[in-house]
Design a protein around this ligand. Structure first.
Ligand code: UFG
Length: 327
């Protein structure tokens, strides 16, 4: 297929681009490089532009005869979405609607959309199935839920065929260590732990040790970024006009902050000093995917079920790119 990867210069998008190319698809990347990195994608595939530029998007969809869109371009920080909701609604909702309208104008009906476990809010049960009521507790989660709902309406009314993937915690890097996570500022647990191991930070602050979990720290489901990419590519073949697929993408296993810390110490051989800190606002105690529907529907299975293997790939990236992409 001819695939336009919107936000393809970002962390997850750049891994998807590589895998699409490996699978023989023709790929174009659309990114404004505000958070993405030009160095993360082949230069000749990058089309610079903003998600909200409907005219430009329509032109590209037509000119490149695009069959399917993968949409990764979003702001995805929970605390920032609380402080700056306008920014989140403008990009994640208004921008995505512009993309959908461009697709409608260019008669492109296939889309794979990045949603999030943040649409579930604080679920009553763990692991979380797709039937769990979606009750976000922050603007980020609301923007993603709003777009899941819009996609369903576009499927019903205009014949879009979509997959909405609810990612759990994306982690890891390409096995070669040449694509990886580079956020500024960095807020995610694993990159911060590895920055401590590299001597770039003195310690990790553990946000809360009094959660109702076995060791008192928050539990998350860390899914390797290549496993996410794999699921996206499998979804392309399953899209049907007028139908939507909504799936959790996670390993199905939870790791506490303490367990991730232990894995990082083991992989790096560094003591990684840790200090206790206050809880961080908006952190649910436990988010673990019930991934059975994805396994069944996509014939997908995470290649990195263990946190240590995921951390190993991230460590390779951080060691070889201590300043990220350097841009
Ligand atoms: N944590 C620390 N210290 C740190 C950083 C993180 O203890 O320095 C803890 C957090 O409190 C949390 C866990 O590590 O319990 C994971 O935190 P991350 O920031 O790595 O990831 P989040 O679970 O907060 O965020 C992820 C995605 C978001 C998504 C969210 C859903 O990055 O896009 O899951 O809750 F919205």
């Amino acid at each position: 297929m001819n695939v336009l990867v919107v936000g393809g210069a970002g962390y997850i998008g750049s891994h998807a681009v590589r895998r699409l190319l490996l699978n023989g698809h023709i790929v174009w990347v659309y990114d404004n490089c505000s958070l993405g990195h030009a160095a993360a994608v082949p230069e000749n595939l990058l089309l610079q532009g903003d998600l909200r530029d409907q005219e430009k998007l329509t032109g590209i969809l037509r000119e490149k005869q695009i069959d399917a869109v993968m949409h990764f371009a979003a702001f995805a920080s929970v605390p920032e979405s609380i402080a700056e909701p306008a920014k989140y609604y403008d990009n994640n909702v208004v921008g995505t609607l512009r993309l959908l309208e461009a697709m409608r104008a260019a008669e492109v009906w296939r889309i794979v959309f990045s949603s999030t476990c943040a649409t579930y809010g604080i679920p009553e049960k763990s692991p979380i199935s797709e039937e769990t009521p979606q009750r976000p507790i922050n603007p980020y989660g609301f923007t993603k839920l709003t777009m899941e709902q819009a996609l369903e309406a576009y499927a019903q009314a205009y014949g879009f065929g979509y997959a909405a993937f609810r990612y759990f915690n994306a982690a890891g890097a390409s096995p070669k260590g040449d694509l990886g996570e580079d956020h500024n500022p960095e807020t995610h647990l694993i990159p911060i732990l590895l920055q401590v191991a590299l001597g770039q930070r003195p310690h990790i602050a553990i946000y809360g040790d009094d959660y109702p979990t076995p060791d008192g720290t928050c539990i998350r489901d860390y899914i390797h970024v290549d496993d996410l990419s794999d699921a996206h590519i499998r979804a392309l073949d399953l899209l049907e006009p007028g139908q939507g697929i909504r799936l959790n993408l996670g390993t199905g296993h939870g790791c506490s902050v303490q367990e991730v810390l232990a894995a990082c110490r083991q992989v790096t051989g560094h003591p990684i000093p840790a200090v206790q800190a206050e809880r961080r606002a908006g952190d649910p105690p436990e988010l673990v995917a019930d991934n059975r529907r994805a396994l069944q529907l996509l014939g997908w299975e995470p290649a990195y079920p263990q946190i240590e293997a995921t951390v190993e790939t991230a460590w390779r990236w951080h060691q070889s790119h201590p300043a990220g992409y350097g841009d």
